[in-house]
Design a protein around this ligand. Sequence first.
Ligand SMILES: [Zn+2]
Length: 198
Amino acid sequence: MNPFIWPHGKSAWCPGTAPPDSDPAAIRAESCAVRPRLRARASDLHNRSVSKKSKKPKGAPRRPAARPALTAADPCPCGRDAVYGDCCAPFHRGDAAAPTAERLMRSRYAAFATGDTAYLLRTWHPSTRPATLDLDAERRWTGLDILATTGGSAFHTEGTVEFCAHSTWRGTADSQHENSRFVREDGAWVYVDALDGP
Ligand SMILES: [Zn+2]
C-alpha cells in the first residue's frame, strides 16, 4: 500500500522516481540524486529523530518518533537557503504573509514537516479546506523541489506551483509530484487544489 497522505488524490510519483512497490534502496538513490543539498538536510532531520528514538528503553512499545523540534537557527525545511527563523517561521507565527504563491507553497511544505496543522488549515481556501487535518506521525518530510511556477507574484491573483515533495515513511523513501493552484484572497495567498495530470 502506498501510504500517501498529501491531502487529496491528484498527486503522482515524481518523474524519474520508482513506483511504490520498487526496491526502497533504488527509490532512495533516485530521489536523493535530485538535489544533494536537500539530501544533507534530510539526513540531518532523520538523524535527529533516530537519536531521539534510540534513547527509548528497549522493549518499549513501538511508537512513531516525535517530530524533531525545529529551532530558528535550523535550515528551513522548505528548501530555501535560509534558516527557519528568517524564512518560514514568521509565516507560521502569523507575523507575515507569504509574498508569492511559491513562498506559500514552500511554507506549507515546511508546515507539513513541522506538523503545523493550524497553518495548513488557515492557508487553505475555504472552498476546499477540510474541517480537520490529521498528519501521519510516521512520515518525515525530507526535501522539496520546485519544478515550475506560473503567475503567483504580487502582480497576480492566481498562480500555480509544480513541485516534487520528498519524504520517508517508516524509513522508505517516497515522493509526490503535484501542480498546485493558489489564489490571493484579501491580499494573502491560499492553496486551492491540485490541477489534474501533473
Ligand atoms: Zn522556508
